[in-house]
Structures are given as C-alpha cells and as structure tokens.
Ligand binder design. Structure first.
Ligand code: SDX
Length: 396
C-alpha cells in the first residue's frame, strides 16, 4: 500500500493509503464522492444522505435513509455533564478550541470505544462502530451550537427533533428565541448544500490526521478531536476567515490592481486561491458562488461579493496566476456567505468541522475495516553523517 517517490524539491510523496471514498482529478477540477460527481450531489442530494453515502458507500434506500436520519437525530442530545463542561470555558473561548476539547472529552464518556485493531471484537462489531458514528455526527452540531451560545451569553437550546439535521442546527444557533424560531427553508437548503461541499476531500491534512490517530487503535472521539485540531489551522480550515478578511481589506474593485501587484511581489497571498491538488478550478468554488446568490436572495446582497468576482476575473486573466495554476478554492467564497448568514468569523472553521466530521468518520471506518497497521510515514534524512562525541573541554 505504500508508494514512495522523491520529488526534486526533496518532498516525499508517500501514498500512505488506498481509499474508495473521494476521488479528485486536480487537472480537470473533478471531485466525486463514492463515484458521484459533486455537482449532482449538490443539486439532488441532502447532507444527511451524502453522509450515509460517504460512510457506507451507497446511496440509501428510502427506509435506510429514514433509519439513518432517526438514529442521528436521536443522538443530537448531549449529556448534561457535557453541557456543564462546555460552560466551564471562559466566556470568550474560541469555538474551535471548545469543540476540540468537547469532542475529546466524549472519549471519557465512552471508554468502551477504544479499538484494538488486532482481533478485538469491536473490529468485527459493526454495531459498535455505527453507534460511535451516530453519536459523533449527531452531537457535533449541538456542541458547536453550545459553543456559539456560550459566547453570546445565551442559554443552550435543546435539539428540535421535528427539524432535519441542518434545520435543527440553525434552530439551536438562533440568536434570540428559544422555541419559536423556524429556520427559513431556503437558508437551510443553502447551508445543507455547503455542508455537502465540505463533507470530504480525499486525504487533506485533517483527514490524514484522523487516519493516523485511528491507526493506533484509539477511539474515534479523540481521533476526530485531532482532526478538528488540524482543521483549526489557518492554512486549512481557517482559510475562509483569512479570505474574507483579505477581501474586506481590499474593500473595493478599484483597489484590486494594487493588491495584485503586492501578491506578485510576494508581499501578500491570495487567500482562498491555490490548492495542493487542484491545478484547475475547484468545482466546489463554482457551487459556492452559486449558493452565495441563493443566500443573498434571503439575506440581502453582500457587496464584497463584487470584489471577489472582479478579483477572480482579473487573476484568471493574469499570466502570473495562470502560469502557477492558481484558481479559487472552496474557501474563496465561503466566508462571504457565512458572514451574510450572520455567523461570526471565528465560527467559520466550526461549520467546516460539522460537515467534515462525516468524511473523517468514513475514513476512520474504512481504515478500521481495512485492518490498516499503525501509520509510520517515511522520512528523507538529510542531517549529519555519523560523528564522534566531543567532550565539553574540547568544544570551542
Ligand atoms: C483547504 O487538502 C485539501 O483538500 C484542503 C481543502 C479541503 O477541502 O480539505 O481543500 C481545504 O484547505 C483549501 C486551501 C485553503 N488555503 C488557502 O486558500 C490559503 C492560500 N493558499 C496557499 O496557501 C496555497 O495555495 C496552498 C497551500 C493551498 C497550496 O500551496 P502549494 O501547492 O504549495 O502551492 P504551489 O507549490 O503550487 O505554488 C506554486 C506557486 C508558488 O510561487 P513560485 O514559487 O512558483 O513563484 O504559486 C504560489 C507559490 O508561492 N502560490 C500563491 C498562492 N498559492 C501558491 N501565490 C499567491 N497566493 C496563493 N494563495
């Protein structure tokens, strides 16, 4: 399963795993979940259906979807102890820090969940694996909503079982009311599509983290907490916040040429542009831009979108960016949408984590069933050759 090739710039490209979950063609801007194009899933599917597809590999029948949805919605409740734990954070704690901690703490609630990959009954016991999956997919939106309401100093809103996965999330996030708020269906659909677009993406940094941690046999809670920590990083899940900040700093289309010159002089980065794998247009960026228009119909147009569209137009016709295969990625438009929906900027990676938890769990489960041995990536040593010890008195 290991394929080693040494790049001329010294990076090892170690194909660390085989997977059947997502497929990316970076040169043609293709993304497929279990063989289905992301464009079709965004148009016809729902996040809860896509989460079933990612984890079990097939689109569910009507009955399978109903059972799957019911199990996850039942797990949207968290133990009152967890609520107390979340309340113990400072009022201004970063929501991602709270989420990483809370998900890790779930491990202490379920000590039975640690798996021994070599023959332990859990490895054969799909019931146990599925139960952990329901718990994490169901509870992470609730933990996210608790983190948000903790910050704004409002009481936690219990999950509403009458609503679907994404509608319930918006219900728990609502700023003002406790029980009267009914999320706007068009807004729910827009966020549901955004969750689909963020659900999985092959072996990105945080997914590699969950595979690495899971390969030690530890439970999925701390594995997902580790992945959430990786996503917290500004070069990964934090890029949408950075892209919005950059667009707001540019402020108007007149300022774009000067900014582009700074990028070419390597004084600034074009956040939300470029990708490790896509050397063509990230298909998710196109769908995010379309979703932005849907959100603006409800929340009003955010003028910053005009800066983003013009910046993209200029960059895509400029030799500097064309030569370097730099195109918008999923983060270029997402920050504008989230801000228009009323989410605080440091909450953006939390939204990413809610969606990506499904992909992370699909990889954690796949690896468990593959019986993958513990990760030990190769390194290319380029340090000192063997040498003798030098006594202190002989050192200069
Ligand atoms: C995500 O892995 C995943 O799939 C992640 C993700 C997911 O769904 O999980 O897709 C989510 O994290 C998307 C990426 C979000 N990050 C950003 O938008 C931050 C800005 N992007 C850059 O940091 C950068 O593009 C990377 C890190 C994403 C990719 O960098 P690479 O592959 O190392 O870039 P490269 O080697 O192809 O760069 C080629 C040239 C270089 O210039 P030269 O040395 O040739 O002169 O392009 C330049 C780079 O300096 N370059 C950029 C740039 N990205 C690369 N120049 C300006 N702005 C940029 N954003």
């Amino acid at each position: 399963q290991m394929g080693l090739s040494l790049y001329d710039n010294g990076y090892l490209n170690t194909a660390v795993c085989k997977s059947t979950i997502s497929y990316i063609d970076g040169d043609r801007g293709i993304l497929r979940y279990r063989g289905y194009n992301i464009e079709e899933l965004a148009e016809h599917s729902s996040f809860i259906e896509v989460s079933y597809l990612l984890i079990y590999g097939e689109l569910p029948t009507r009955q399978q979807l109903a059972t799957w949805n019911a199990r996850i919605m039942r797990h949207t409740f968290v133990h009152e102890n967890m609520l107390e734990y979340m309340k113990s954070f400072r009022y201004d704690a970063h929501p991602m820090g709270m989420l990483v901690s809370a998900v890790a703490a779930m491990s202490t609630f379920h000590p039975e969940a640690s798996t021994d990959l070599h023959g332990d009954q859990i490895y054969q016991d799909h019931k146990m694996i599925n139960k952990q999956i329901f718990r994490l997919i169901g509870k992470i939106p609730t933990l996210a909503a608790i983190a948000y309401r903790h910050r704004i100093g409002r009481p936690y809103v219990y999950p509403n079982q009458e609503l679907d996965f994404t509608g319930n999330f918006l219900f728990m996030m609502d700023r003002l009311s406790e029980t009267t708020y009914t999320p706007n269906p068009a807004l729910v659909r827009a966020l549901d599509v955004i969750f689909i677009l963020h659900a999985d993406h092959e072996l990105n940094c945080s997914t590699a983290a969950v595979r690495q941690l899971g390969s030690t046999g530890i439970d999925p809670y701390v594995s997902i907490a580790g992945a959430t920590a990786a996503l917290y990083g500004p070069s990964h899940g934090g890029a949408n916040e950075a892209a919005l900040k950059m667009l707001e700093e540019i402020g108007s289309v007149e300022n774009i040429p000067a900014f582009i010159e700074q990028v070419k002089a390597k004084k600034r980065k074009l956040m939300g542009f470029g990708h490790r794998v896509y050397k063509f247009y990230d298909p998710r960026a196109k769908l995010m831009r379309k979703t932005a228009e849907e959100v603006f119909k409800i929340m009003g147009r955010n003028p910053i979108i005009d800066v983003a569209i013009e910046l993209e137009r200029i960059a895509l016709s400029d030799e500097y960016f064309i030569k370097r295969n730099l195109y918008p990625n999923v983060d270029f438009y997402s920050g504008i949408i989230y801000k228009s929906m009323g989410f605080p900027t440091d909450f953006f990676p939390v939204l990413f984590a809610i969606a990506r938890t499904t992909g992370w769990l699909a990889h954690w489960r796949e690896q468990l069933l593959q019986g993958t041995p513990i990760f030990r990536p190769a390194q290319a040593y380029n340090g000192e050759e063997a040498r003798e010890y030098v006594k202190m008195e002989d050192r200069v």
